[in-house]
Design a protein around this ligand. Structure first.
Ligand code: NI
Ligand code: MN
Length: 229
């Protein structure tokens, strides 16, 4: 059964794995690229890379309405429990792997910040390594380039979801360097063109990825999907 990734704009992805539906970084309200309302979405898991508002997004409302299990680092899970009464949770932290009904998730390091919307401490930001039969997907979260991406690359990545918007994360040229370390089969860029400050002309970057043979670039429009295996 294929794993389907649907880009909802920015760093938000719907991941469909058989009967399971996961939402990563569900920034829908206030996201000009999102074509999905937090009032309609039906998911059983919500995964949050870090505490910034453009990633935590509608997590609270979606979890309260759907009863989805929220997965994030210990600090963010503690905040969601104590401030918002979210009780269906699975706390993890960097380097730790947990098995779920749909596969496994390991949190990986990210070089960024992670304060929560009210200024609460959000712990270290993370990337997400999702693995299920025939599909390993790496969502980098918000991050700059770091050398230990080579260690993540050793996991054998099918699809890498990489920020390319610059200013707050890697830009296009560092994302090319990241591909040399991560060595995924496919790369899908994210965290660009949501706002003026992270506008990128992505087509030349995709051409460069193809020309160098580092990976196969897949450019999604918000709402479009890519099937892994
Ligand atoms: Ni951020
Ligand atoms: Mn961000």
């Amino acid at each position: 059964m294929p794993t389907r990734l649907t880009w909802l704009g920015h760093s938000a992805f719907l991941v469909e794995m058989g009967a399971h539906r996961l939402l990563i970084d569900p920034f829908l309200t206030g996201n000009p690229q999102a074509n999905m309302s937090p009032d309609d979405v039906q998911v059983d898991f919500v995964l949050v890379t870090h505490g910034h508002g453009d990633h935590l997004g509608d997590t609270v409302a979606i979890a309260q309405r759907t009863g989805a299990t929220v997965i994030s680092n210990y600090e963010i899970i503690t905040y969601l429990s104590s401030h918002h009464g979210i009780t269906k949770v699975s706390p993890q932290h960097l380097g730790g792997l947990v098995h779920y009904p749909w596969g496994s998730l390991k949190l990986t390091p990210a070089m960024h910040g992670s304060s929560l919307p009210d200024g609460s401490y959000g712990g270290n930001p993370a990337g997400l390594l999702l693995r299920r039969d025939g599909a390993t997907v790496y969502h980098a979260g918000d991050t700059g380039l770091f050398g230990d991406m080579a260690l993540i690359g050793e996991e054998g990545i099918d699809v890498a979801l990489l920020p390319v918007g610059d200013r707050f994360t890697m830009g296009p040229s560092d994302a090319l360097r990241a591909l040399r370390l991560l060595r995924p089969n496919v790369v899908i860029p994210m965290h660009y063109n949501t706002f003026d400050g992270i506008a990128q002309d992505i087509a030349p970057w995709a051409d460069e990825v193809t020309r160098t043979g580092l990976a196969m670039p897949v450019l999604l429009s918000p709402g479009q999907s890519y099937a892994v295996n």
